[in-house]
Design a binder for this molecule. Structure first.
Ligand SMILES: [Zn+2]
Ligand SMILES: [Zn+2]
Length: 132
């Protein structure tokens, strides 16, 4: 079962990519259990941690859930937009903005390690629906 971790990571990524909305660790565990029979939660959570570490999956901190990365691998964090209506999450990249945020806190002697920027509102589809 040496490759079980890799298999779980692959299935997890597939689930997250298929889903337009973020999934919680618990949702992922339930879905993977459906495919594989009962997995140890630690196996699933470890696979999730690896994917987050690799940047293939992003954690949406404010709702404690996970989305597949929508760009091609990037070292800097991204800005996530979360739709209050349908729950979809969009990903936006602006490395200069994140550097500015770090610099802003550094000015008061703070040592930033990472930025989390999440913007709430309505996605394109939901705001179009509101207009019509
Ligand atoms: Zn990303
Ligand atoms: Zn929406």
């Amino acid at each position: 079962m040496r490759n079980q971790g890799a298999k779980i990571q692959f299935e997890m990524l597939t689930e997250l990519r298929r889903e337009a909305k973020p999934l919680s660790a618990y949702d992922l565990l339930a879905r993977l259990n459906q495919r594989n029979g009962k997995l140890a939660p630690t196996t699933v959570y470890r696979a999730l941690a690896v994917l987050v570490e690799q940047g293939q999956v992003h954690r949406v901190e404010s709702i404690n859930a996970f989305v597949a990365c929508q760009c091609v691998g990037h070292p800097e964090a991204s800005v996530l937009s979360i739709c209050d209506d349908c729950g979809s999450v969009g990903e936006h990249r602006d490395d200069a903005l994140l550097k500015d945020l770090s610099a802003l806190t550094e000015r008061s002697g703070f040592s930033p390690s990472r930025c989390v920027v999440e913007v709430r509102g309505l996605c394109t589809l939901c705001s179009a629906e509101l207009m019509s």
